[in-house]
Ligand binder design. Structure first.
Ligand code: ADP
Length: 301
């Protein structure tokens, strides 16, 4: 098969591993920088061009779209879908997962366990908002944040109010969440491929840090997850419409709660912590599912 990895950086571990795994399984692999893909959206004959040439004969794409190019990246994925190319992550699912609030609303509708979360627009409602998430300590999150940036712990009510005031002053959208103290500064990253969790790791924040992001100095170890955690992760990926997803869970007193479902989960941390060849499992998933005409183009809406 001809499989394209959409990535802005060929040197990234995840990009390199996908190319390597695809080649090892006998596929023709190519990296295209989605920022450099341009599109002809003329009626009935959608096409994509790259550095002066039409992109043709592609069987499947693996989008690795960074948060900063979500809009353009999703448009490129949509264009491939319109051309009948199978995408591991559909454009609608990518867009959906990039909006933290929308994602939580979709998950809550299906009964997935979530931290109690509040969202409000007017400063007049801050007081009650803090009440219904159970009062301080609370976690305040910028909706646009990634890698733990813009995730703040308001330890006292006063501190929480000051942060909320500051975010409001900047015109930023944010949500307020119950602080899951019992998680002990650790979360679970469940890597879902198809309808299975193929690898799971526990990420722990560095000393004194409640955020467990690896980019913030956290460390990752192999973890055995419970059947409940497993089914929560698989169901969450499914609700988001993602075939490949990184589902982040916290172990709370009221069972596993989902923080986020990531549509371009990194491979370095998870392969390093678990020793699993996750890249190859993604390629095998494509082999099973990417047949001509197998693109579900719900993404056209
Ligand atoms: P990002 O998408 O920027 O990584 P997250 O929502 O995943 O933001 O939060 C970053 C980290 O902060 C999480 O990995 C987790 O360790 C911690 N965290 C986030 N929300 C909560 C919460 N409600 N209670 C306890 N810890 C939290």
């Amino acid at each position: 098969m001809k499989i394209v990895v959409l990535s802005t950086n060929p040197k990234l571990y995840s990009t390199r591993r996908l190319i390597e795994a695809g080649k090892a399984r006998g596929h023709q692999m190519q990296i295209l920088n989605h920022r450099r893909c341009y599109m002809n959206i003329t009626s009935m004959r959608p096409s994509i061009h790259y550095k002066g040439e039409a992109v043709e004969g592609v069987d499947a794409i693996i989008p690795r779209i960074g948060a900063s190019v979500s809009f353009y990246g999703a448009a490129v994925v949509r264009q491939f879908e319109m051309m009948g190319v199978y995408s591991v992550a559909e454009s609608v699912a990518i867009t959906r997962s990039r909006d933290k609030l929308r994602s939580l609303q979709l998950l809550s509708r299906k009964g997935i366990g979530l931290p109690v979360t509040g969202f409000a627009n007017s400063p007049d409602d801050t007081d009650d908002l803090l009440n219904f998430v159970g009062g301080a300590p609370v976690v305040i999150k910028l909706l646009e944040g990634t890698q733990g940036v813009g995730v703040v712990l308001g330890e006292t009510r006063q501190a929480a109010e000051s942060v909320i005031e500051a975010f409001r002053g900047l015109g930023a959208n944010f949500m307020v969440q119950e602080f899951i103290k019992e998680a002990g500064g650790a979360d679970l990253r469940c890597f879902v491929v198809g309808d299975k969790v193929v690898a799971a790791m526990k990420r722990s924040g560095k000393e004194g840090e409640f955020r467990s992001n690896l980019h913030r100095g956290g460390s990752a170890t192999l973890v055995k997850i419970t059947p409940e955690e497993r089914s929560t992760a698989v169901r969450s990926a499914k609700i988001m419409g993602l075939n490949v997803a990184g589902v982040d869970l916290l172990r709370s007193n009221h069972g596993p709660v989902v923080m986020e479902v990531n549509s371009s989960p990194g491979l370095e941390g998870i392969e390093g912590a678990t020793g699993k060849d996750v890249a190859s499992l993604i390629i095998q998933f494509i082999e099973k599912n990417a047949k001509p005409g197998n693109t579900r183009v719900r993404g056209q809406g």
